[in-house]
Write a protein that binds this ligand. Structure first.
Ligand SMILES: Cc1ncc(COP(=O)(O)O)c(C=O)c1O
Length: 516
């Protein structure tokens, strides 16, 4: 009998088939026992990314997903892709199919320098390591800097995809509140003081200052300046994660932290995922040389190098077309979808809800009354074939339970309207149930839960406008008739009693998105 005959029926040799038959079903308790003793202790705190889990559930075509952070790749012109791929094949086939240097190819680094220049930064290709997506930057920076128990300071809420990375390296993540001007740097300083008293020095601050994932808010220029000063005063590294800044729908660009700092303490994460394609898995990091060297070593161990094929494909694309034109077309599409979502929220969400009004990026952060748990709500919403990311995924301490992240880039206007209508319906059911059970009207979200709210009413009232970037994340609505004010949230009505804000994200009736 030939090998082919032996494997013919199953595609595997009989002894393998036999072993498989004798093996227990996947994930029985015996199975878990058998492997559990082998796992590294760090796996105990490893956690799946909530977004990945949700995306698996929402793979069904009938589900309208407002959950992912997906760009609309269907808008990319196929003929441009074909031209770039053909150019790549004829001009650089052998190199594109070969391994490359760990730090990346010079051609890709030159494209990266061009993208950074478009966002007001100068970078020497020598200071760049090309990575397998921006996600790898978060992983490599954490791998380079964090020993178990070391502190990472992150925003509250933070990028849900960073949470499992920090957990895998057993970081102690301390989250600092944000409001509509981004991370509260005054609270960051208080946190740093407290940590210092405890003898703990954070290894780095992780921030997404522009059109933050998940909240959509942008850090004001004043706060950016102060953050850079704090970094210099304390010799503190900052990881600036910046996938969205070029997707701006209104207002003027704000300088990046990297531009303000000159690359001394700010490590910069960039990616082609949102301005071109996440399928290419192409990102980059710019960091001070000693840090970059360690990152490079970490990357060698992780994957030797980033795909040379996609690096050279980006180069071919940059030669073939003007990449800025595509970003402009995305900006048009997403601005309109953001407006559609804001209108749909005003129409379909109950008066007790509030939400941010991003001036760019892909996300709106909505907050519901405290008694609604958005993880439970998601289960109900999925029954109606619609998905979002529950706010809890953006926190490490269980906060965010009554918030949700909504994405407006991935589906068309009709799907956005229908998706928001369906979520609004399940929210309304919860609100009605609360009313029936308690005999009371649902209170507006309390200030203690997770939502970006500006620190100062006047500051918020002049935003957006004035200083570039100030208060862009929220629609300032200096009204006095708000439900939240009636519910005890009058100026500074945070649940924790601290001085907070009374002017916060767009409320029902807050009007259509302003177009400028
Ligand atoms: C803030 C932030 N950082 C990093 C990433 C990872 O992006 P990439 O596709 O480049 O790995 C994302 C993706 O959504 C993101 O939103």
């Amino acid at each position: 009998m030939t090998i082919d005959d032996r494997w013919a029926s199953t595609g595997e040799p009989p002894e393998v088939r036999e072993r498989r038959r004798a093996a227990p079903e996947r994930s029985t308790s015996r199975d878990l026992e058998r492997y559990a003793g082998l796992f590294a202790s760090r796996t105990r705190v490893m956690k799946s990314s909530a977004m990945r889990d949700i995306m698996a559930v929402t793979a069904r075509p009938e589900v309208i997903t407002l959950a992912g952070g997906l760009p609309d790749t269907s808008s990319f012109p196929p003929e441009t892709l074909a031209a770039a791929t053909t150019r790549l094949a004829y001009e650089s086939a052998a190199r594109a199919l070969q391994y490359g240097p760990t730090e990346g190819l010079i051609e890709a680094k030159e494209c990266i320098a061009e993208v950074m220049a478009a966002d007001g930064m100068r970078c020497d290709p020598e200071d760049v390591v090309v990575t397998t997506g921006g996600q790898q930057v978060i992983d490599l920076v954490t791998k380079t800097l964090i020993d178990p128990g070391d502190v990472v300071v992150a925003e509250a809420p933070t990028y849900p995809g960073a949470v499992p990375v920090f957990l895998s390296y057993e970081a102690d993540v301390v989250q600092v509140e944000t409001d509509s001007d981004g991370m509260r740097i005054d609270l960051l300083e208080e946190t740093l003081e407290r940590l210092e008293r405890e003898g703990r020095r954070p290894k780095f601050v992780y921030t997404i200052p522009s059109f933050q994932n998940p909240s959509g808010v942008t850090m004001s220029i004043e706060r950016r300046r102060r953050l850079v000063e704090v970094a210099h005063e304390r010799e503190l590294l900052v990881l600036e994660d910046n996938p969205y800044a070029l997707l701006r729908y209104e207002g003027s660009p704000v300088p990046t932290l990297h531009a303000l700092d000159g690359g001394v303490f700010v490590m910069y994460l960039g990616t082609f995922s949102k301005i071109l394609s996440p399928g290419l898995r192409l990102g980059w990091v710019v960091a001070p040389p000693p840090v970059l060297e360690k990152i490079n070593l970490g990357k060698q161990a992780a994957d030797l190098c980033t795909s040379t094929f996609t690096q050279l494909l980006v180069k071919a694309y940059f030669d073939e077309a003007d990449w800025r034109d595509y970003v402009d077309s995305l900006t048009e599409i997403y601005r309109s979808r953001r407006d559609t979502m804001l209108d749909a929220l005003a129409e379909s969400f109950p008066p007790e809800a509030e939400w941010t009004r991003p001036a760019g990026g892909l996300f709106i952060w909505a907050t519901l009354p405290d008694f609604i748990d958005t993880t439970d709500l998601l289960a109900r919403a999925l029954r109606d074939d619609v998905a979002f990311v529950p706010g809890e995924a953006a926190y490490l301490d269980g906060r965010g339970r009554s918030s949700m992240r909504l994405n407006f880039s991935a589906v068309d206007d009709d799907a956005i309207r229908e998706g928001v209508r369906r979520i609004g319906k399940v929210v309304a059911e919860q609100v009605a149930l609360y009313g029936t059970l308690t005999g009371r009207r649902a209170p507006a979200p309390s200030r203690g839960d997770a939502r970006p709210a500006p620190a100062d009413r006047d500051e918020a009232a002049r935003a957006p406008g004035g200083d570039p970037g100030a208060g862009e994340g929220a629609h300032a609505r200096p009204d006095s008739d708000s439900d939240a004010a009636a519910a005890g949230g009058a100026p500074g009505g945070r649940a924790d009693g601290s001085a907070g804000a009374r002017v916060f994200p767009l409320r029902r009736g807050g009007g259509r998105a302003e177009r400028r």
